[in-house]
Design a protein around this ligand. Structure first.
Ligand code: FAD
Ligand code: UDP
Length: 396
C-alpha cells in the first residue's frame, strides 16, 4: 500500500459506519479516502455471501434484517439498493411448544390456554407485574413490568441468561425494550415503518456504495491496523482518521477491557426443502444451548419465482436448506466482539476511554465497536450521517 499517496482521510473498518462516512466524504467533499479492514471482505458484520452449493444467501455474522423508523436513513439506503417487502417473523420454543414472538395476544392466549380479549390480557399482565418498581433499573425489572412474571420466566429469563452470561439484574432495561409487546395478534418482530431485505443481497448493496466512489476510495482488505505500522504512522501524522474498531483496543486496554459478548455459528446444509418453516426459531429454555436457529432461504421467498435464480444453483438445489445454530459466549481477546454488555462498570470504563479520545483531535471513533453502542444498521447509518455533518464543517 502506498500511504504516501495523497489521502485526505483514513478509515479503519469497512462496515456500514466506515462505508457511509467514506461515501459522504467523497461525494460531498471530494476527498480521497484510504479504507482498511482486517477481514477479507467489506460490509463488516452485515456481510453475506451466496452459498456455492445451494445458491442460498447466508449472513455470515448472524441474520441481518433491515428496519427503520427513520425516513432520512431509508431514503439514503435506497440510493444503493432496492429492498424486498420482507417482514420479519420469529417463533420461540418453550417446553417443546412453539409460540409466536414478540409477546402478543397469540402468545399470551396460547401460554395461559385462554381466550383473553385485549383488555382482559392487559388486566392480567397488570396484575402479574404489580410488584415491579415504577422506574425499572435493570432487564429483570423492566421485563417483568412489561409482561409479568410467568411470561418473563418462560420466554425471557433463560434465553437472556444463555445470550448474555451476565445476570439480568446487571443488564440495561433498554435491551428488553427492543422487543414490542402487543395486545393483538400482530406478530411482526419490528414496529418500524420501513422494512425489507436488500433485493440482490447485502454484498451487492455494499459493492454499489464502493462503485459509486470510483478511484477516490482505495480499500485494502486483510489489513489489521495494529499489525501495520505504515497505516499507524499515517494516523499518527495527524490525518483525519475514522476508527470503527473497538475503542479499548485502540488505547491498548489501558483502563481495562470493555465487556463484550461473542457468538459461535454452526452451519449445516440439510437435504430437506424446509427445516423449520420460518426464518428464525428461538430456543427459550436453557437446553439446547444455542439461542436460535436461522434458516436463510426463508428470508427471500421471492427468489424462488425470479427467472434469474431459476437458472441458478438455487433452483437446482431447492430440495436443500441451510441452517445456522447461534451460540452465545463471553468475549475474550482475539475473538469477535459482537454485543456490548454495557454494565455500570463498562459505562465508567467507556467514559475514561472517551475522555482520552477527546484529546486525540484527529481520530473520530464511530460505529458499534468504536462507540461501544448496541446500534442496529439504521442507527449506525444515522450516527454516521450525523458524524459526517460534524466532520464536514471542520474538513472543508
Ligand atoms: P462492523 O460491522 O462491526 O464493522 C467494523 C469493521 O471494522 C469490521 O469489518 C472489522 O473487521 C473492522 N475492524 C475492526 N478492528 C479493525 C482493525 N484493527 N483493523 C482493521 N479493521 C478493523 N442490525 C440490524 O439493523 N438488524 C439486524 O437484524 C441485526 N442483526 C445483527 C446480528 C448480529 C449477530 C450482530 C453482531 C449485529 C446485528 N446487527 C443488526 C447490527 C449491525 O451488525 C451493526 O449495526 C453494523 O454492523 C454496525 O456497523 P459498524 O460499521 O459500526 O461495525
Ligand atoms: N429476548 C428474549 N427472548 C427472546 C428474544 C429476545 O429474552 O426470545 C431478549 C434478550 O435479552 C435479547 C433481547 O430480548 O438480548 C433483544 O432481543 P433481539 O432479538 O432484539 O436481539 P438481537 O437480535 O440483537 O440479538
Amino acid at each position: 500500500m502506498n500511504t504516501a499517496q495523497n489521502y485526505n482521510v483514513l478509515i479503519v473498518g469497512a462496515g456500514l459506519f466506515g462505508l457511509t462516512i467514506a461515501e459522504r466524504l467523497i461525494h460531498e467533499c471530494n476527498k480521497n479516502v484510504l479504507m482498511i479492514d482486517k477481514r477479507n471482505h467489506i460490509g463488516g458484520n452485515c456481510y453475506s455471501e451466496f452459498d456455492k452449493d445451494t445458491g442460498i444467501e447466508c449472513h455470515k455474522y448472524g441474520a441481518h434484517l433491515f428496519h427503520t423508523p427513520l425516513k432520512n436513513v431509508w431514503e439514503y439506503v435506497n440510493h444503493f439498493t432496492s429492498f424486498t417487502n420482507y417482514t420479519h417473523k420469529v417463533y420461540t420454543i418453550h417446553n417443546n411448544i412453539v409460540y409466536p414472538l414478540p409477546i402478543n395476544l397469540g402468545t399470551i392466549n396460547q401460554f395461559f390456554g385462554a381466550a383473553y380479549t385485549p383488555d382482559a390480557a392487559k388486566a392480567l399482565i397488570k396484575e402479574q407485574s404489580a410488584n415491579t418498581p415504577a422506574n425499572p433499573k435493570n432487564l429483570t425489572e423492566q421485563g417483568i413490568s412489561l409482561i409479568g412474571e410467568p411470561l418473563f420466566d418462560a420466554f425471557i429469563k433463560n434465553y437472556t441468561t444463555k445470550q448474555w452470561q451476565t445476570p439480568a439484574e446487571k443488564l440495561s432495561p433498554d435491551i428488553i425494550k427492543r422487543l414490542p409487546v402487543r395486545y393483538n395478534y400482530d406478530n411482526r418482530y419490528f414496529n418500524d415503518v420501513y422494512e425489507g431485505l436488500p433485493t440482490n443481497g447485502y454484498g451487492a448493496w455494499f459493492q454499489n456504495i464502493v462503485d459509486s466512489c470510483g478511484d477516490k476510495l482505495s480499500i485494502h482488505l486483510e489489513t489489521d491496523y495494529f499489525n501495520d505500522t505504515e497505516v499507524q504512522n499515517l494516523c499518527k501524522s495527524g490525518i483525519l482518521t475514522i476508527y470503527t474498531g473497538p475503542i479499548d483496543q485502540f488505547y491498548a486496554y489501558q483502563f481495562g477491557e470493555l465487556k463484550w459478548r461473542s457468538l459461535n455459528f454452526e452451519k449445516e446444509i440439510l437435504n430437506v426443502d424446509d427445516f423449520q418453516g420460518c426464518p428464525v426459531m428461538n430456543y427459550a429454555d436453557l437446553q439446547p444451548e444455542y439461542t436460535r436457529i436461522h434458516e436463510f432461504k426463508h428470508f427471500h421467498p421471492e427468489r424462488k419465482d425470479n427467472p434469474e435464480y431459476k437458472k441458478s444453483a438455487y433452483a437446482e438445489n431447492s430440495n436443500k436448506t441451510i441452517i445456522v445454530r447461534e451460540y452465545s459466549k463471553t468475549w475474550h481477546r482475539g475473538e469477535e466482539p459482537y454485543y456490548p454488555v454495557n454494565t455500570a462498570e463498562d459505562q465508567k470504563r467507556l467514559a475514561q476511554y472517551q475522555a482520552l479520545a477527546a484529546t486525540d483531535k484527529n481520530v473520530i471513533f464511530g460505529g458499534r465497536l468504536g462507540e461501544y453502542a448496541y446500534y442496529d444498521m439504521d442507527k449506525t447509518i444515522a450516527a454516521a450521517l450525523a458524524k459526517f455533518q460534524e466532520i464536514k464543517s471542520k474538513i472543508q
